[in-house]
Design a protein around this ligand. Sequence first.
Ligand code: ADP
Length: 397
Amino acid sequence: MTHILTLNAGSSSIKFALFEAESLNERVRGQIEGIGTTPRLSAKVADADKTEKELDGSEIDNHASALAAILTLINESFSGAQVAAVGHRIVHGGPDYASPIVIDDESFAGLEKFIPLAPLHQPHNLSGVRAAQAAFPEAVQIACFDTSFHRQHPWVNDTYALPLALYEEGVRRYGFHGLSYEYVTRALKELAPMHAAGRVVVSHLGNGASMCAIQGGQSVGSTMGFTALDGLPMGTRCGQLDPGVVLYLMAAKGLSATEIENLLYKQSGLKGLSGLSNDMRVLEEAGTIEAQRAIDYFVFRIRRELGAMVAILSGLDALVFCGGIGENAWGIRERVCRDFGWLGLELEGSRNRAAETVISSERSRVRVFIIPTNEELMIASHAAETAKAAVRSAAAA
Ligand code: ADP
């Protein structure tokens, strides 16, 4: 049977999932974390228990060897599974790609140019492509971009007030987490079509965190901009920052571009503020003043952005939470929604604690949802459509 493999390659991890090509039924999903240090594989085969195992650290020291371990798992679990297409999550697609593409040498070289714009993700996404090309030479490799969903942003939300030439050369507000927003938008359409057709804010709160204002199913604003640094504070990323701070770090403190990049991407956010951890669970349990203040700032920024998005949308019909924090941290959801009564938004405490799909009260004018995101399914769905379209156009040529 033919299958679609999805890959989401980060700096030290690869998340993967295998779907049947026609039905998009999920067969297995998992990840290898700690590539290069202490690699660990966890996977859940459909209808079976989750398996976890330590891997040999000396053998799994790069993306290619991690992918080989994934391949072994797939072959062991589903002998004869033929991978017809590999769908890759590619964080940055630049200004041109509003939909997924088949990756060839030319487009690969084009995507390499965006590495400086997404240094935490793009190089690893692309090593995943190279590793998959070597492992599955017969399969079509398809790039699915986190930026695509936002490509129809109105101009005022797509630009910075810099000289226009910079906009023309690509200095724009791209927005990210698009595969997650696209999935959530589709899921909301099935759950509550009237709300999905209206004014929606989706809060993707994970290690990376952003929010998206959506009108009639289209992204009209996002908290992330030129890079995935902007907007909300994240696990280790700073979120919105006065550019004057960067000038100060350069001029007064003599930090190099690499040092500033490291500071803003890896030492800031919840980790920088708490001095403890980037992990929300650790902060919620820590009970230190610094951890509490890091959470306070996180909540404050979400509320501020929500207010701004309500202004862009001229109101709000639905608010959706997703991502590891959005789906699991009821206390954060409760604090974000508190005092939004003026907007007609009211949570139902028991539903929120129980993490039900609808967590707003019956009388709330704004409906509040938890929709677990599924970027893998979105990638598989795009990969299936794009691969079929490629076959059709090759047959027509
Ligand atoms: P990524 O952006 O890496 O995909 P996730 O969406 O998995 O991240 O989210 C990771 C975040 O979710 C971490 O901060 C983690 O602490 C948080 N998280 C996961 N489960 C819970 C929970 N039960 N309560 C609070 N936070 C949680």
